[in-house]
Structure formats: structure tokens, C-alpha cells
Design a protein around this ligand. Structure first.
Ligand SMILES: [Zn+2]
Length: 348
């Protein structure tokens, strides 16, 4: 998912949606000139952490005489288009210099970006370094970052983004000002899709229900048809896997485990989809169609619900939850996924 997708509404001041509790405090810090030298933004994927990091990068580099970030000056525009040499984003996906998949942000990449903190900003007023998925910093990389945080340089802002702050060293956490991002209510997501993305009301409501409060996912789904096509493909895979034998099930697990090395969020999205699907089967079993999330697939759900054991589905929801938790806590992905697939309910 392209997290910058909702960070480019040219000319709008702050692009973040639905995190007013954070925006109010950051604005107050900016106007009092009391910004921290390091921030930790914690919250689920797609709720606006990267968007807000870019907002903040613009705010500290904006050269407009009007309210900042203006979104229109050269600094703001270059940051929005990811072409600003003083704003660097480092994550698992983009730390990959040799095209092999990685699951950690390593020491070499961290040293290279931290070297910039010893230099004056090249084209703006402030160097901004964003660690995307800071929970994936290796121990060595965390220690290198800690040294920089202990001796903060002027004109440097460090922003750590994480969906799991329990995996961040206490010593790093204590040197950052922390903010927790909330999932967005589906009513707000629906409104944003209608008002800003010209999405019709029916599609907006469906996408908002499917989004799990992630505005990033919702905007991707509303603007890129491939996102909902991928959901259809993942649901078909789920159907086939439920009906498949053990060999095919393990083949699919193998695919998911390999994919996890390249695209953690993508694999977790598949698991979240399975969970909401099973939740819908339980809801239908209780004869309450009104609260079904995947309402556009109601016929498929009803067919499956009549052929499955309610208890098996309920216990599988718990297994999927535990698998997502395990993946977030660096358990071997193949083992976690194999354990999950062995507990998958069978279609009668
Ligand atoms: Zn500006």
C-alpha cells in the first residue's frame, strides 16, 4: 500500500484526518517553538502516521509567511513529492539495497541516514528522518539510534512510526515524545471518500466497513481497483484452502511465509480478511445479517455458513488473532502460519 497516497492534496494545510488530539498538541508546540527533537507515533497501519510525519516535515521546513505548512511553497511541494534531500524515510521495504527481502532495519542503513544528522540541512531548514516500522530496527541499529537521541543535534527531527511500541527499546521510547494514533470511525471514512474522492455513497460505505478504520487502505481501495480485486482473489484463496487437502494448505502457507519477508502488511491484511470473513459467518449463524462486514458477498457467505461448524469457526477466529499477534512479535512466520492453517475449519 502506498502510504503517501493521501499526502498530496496540494494547498491543504494539515493533511491528517481524524487525529485532532495529536494535531492540537503539535500545533501548540510549533507556535511556542517547543517541538521535541524526536517523536514516536504509534498506531495501526494506515491511520495516518506517515501522513502526519510528512505534515510535520513540511511544517518545520515551510518558508511561507502564512500558516505553515502551506502545502504550496517549494519546500512543501518537494517534500510531498518525496524529492526533498533533507527528508529521509527508512523502513524494511526501502532499506533493501541488494533486492533480497529483509525483516529488519539493519545497522548499515541506519548509520547511513544518521550520518546526515551531523551535517547541516542541504536545502531546507531542518533534517527530518522517519523510521517507518521502527519496531523492526535491529538491536545494533537501535543502539546506534539511541546514541543520536542521547545527543540531539540542532536542526534535526527524528520521527519513529510503529504499530507495536512494545518492541521498541524502553531507552528509545523514553527519549521520544509519544503519540497514539486512533483508527478512524467508519462514518468519517465514508464522508472523506464521498467528499474528497468522489466515491459514491454505496461504495464508500462498503469500503469504510472493510477498512478496519484504516483511512490509508480505504483511499487505496477507492482509487485503485486492484485493491478490491486483490480482496476477491484472497477470498477465493480462502475458499479453496478451506476445501483443500493438507499438501495444498502447506503450499499456500509456504507462499504466505515467503511473501511475509517482502510485504508484512500485505500478509497481515490477508489474515485480517480471514478474520472478518469468519466473524461474518458467526454473525450470519446468529441470524443477524445487518452487521455483516462483507455485505457485498452475502450469497457466498450464506452458502458457506450452512456447510460449516459454528464452533470450528469461532475457535479459528481466536487462532487468527493469535497468529497476527505472533507475527507482530517476531515469531517464526512459517511456524505461526502452519499452526494457523492446521486449525482452519473444514467445509462439510
Ligand atoms: Zn510551505
Amino acid at each position: 500500500m502506498n502510504l503517501f497516497v493521501y499526502c498530496t492534496r496540494e494547498g491543504v494545510l494539515w493533511l491528517i484526518h481524524g487525529q485532532d488530539h495529536i494535531l492540537t498538541q503539535i500545533k501548540a508546540s510549533l507556535s511556542a517553538n517547543r517541538l521535541a527533537h524526536a517523536y514516536l507515533f504509534c498506531g495501526p497501519s494506515g491511520v495516518g502516521k506517515m501522513c502526519f510525519a510528512m505534515d510535520l516535515a513540511k511544517a518545520v521546513n515551510c518558508v511561507s509567511d502564512m500558516e505553515q505548512p502551506c502545502g504550496l511553497c517549494e519546500q512543501c511541494v518537494r517534500i510531498a513529492s518525496k524529492n526533498h534531500s533533507d527528508v529521509r524515510v527508512l523502513g524494511v521495504q526501502n532499506s533493501d539495497n541488494d533486492s533480497r527481502s529483509r525483516t529488519v532495519i539493519g545497522i548499515d542503513d541506519v548509520k547511513e541516514v544518521l550520518h546526515k544528522t551531523n551535517l547541516k540541512p542541504f536545502e531546507g531548514k531542518c533534517t527530518v528522518i522517519v523510521f517507518d516500522g521502527a519496531e523492526n530496527l535491529s538491536t545494533e541499529a537501535s543502539n546506534a539510534l539511541l546514541k543520536t537521541l542521547e545527543e540531539p543535534a540542532p536542526q534535526v527531527l527524528i520521527i519513529l512510526l510503529t504499530n507495536n511500541d512494545a518492541n521498541i527499546l524502553d531507552t528509545i521510547r523514553s527519549r521520544c515524545r509519544s503519540y497514539t494514533f486512533n483508527v478512524l470511525p467508519k462514518e468519517l471514512i465514508t464522508k472523506i471518500l464521498i467528499d474528497e474522492y468522489s466515491c459514491n455513497s454505496e461504495n464508500s460505505e462498503l469500503i469504510a466497513r472493510l477498512s478496519r478504520g484504516s483511512i490509508g487502505w480505504a483511499i487505496s481501495a477507492a482509487t485503485n481497483p486492484d485493491v478490491l480485486k486483490q480482496r476477491d482473489a484472497d477470498l477465493n484463496h480462502l475458499q479453496q484452502t478451506m476445501e483443500a487437502g493438507l499438501v495444498e494448505k502447506f503450499d499456500y502457507v509456504s507462499e504466505l511465509a515467503s511473501e511475509f519477508g517482502r510485504n508484512r502488511d500485505g500478509v497481515k491484511d490477508v489474515l485480517y480478511l480471514w478474520r472478518t470473513w469468519c466473524r461474518d459467518l458467526i454473525i450470519l449463524n446468529m441470524s443477524s445479517e445487518e452487521h455483516v462486514i462483507n455485505s457485498d458477498k452475502i450469497t457466498m457467505l450464506k452458502d458457506q455458513e450452512s456447510n460449516m461448524n459454528f464452533r470450528d469457526i469461532s475457535s479459528f477466529v481466536g487462532v487468527v488473532d493469535r497468529t497476527i499477534y505472533a507475527l507482530d512479535h517476531n515469531v517464526n512466520p512459517r511456524l505461526a502460519l502452519e499452526n494457523m492453517i492446521l486449525n482452519m475449519p473444514k467445509v462439510r
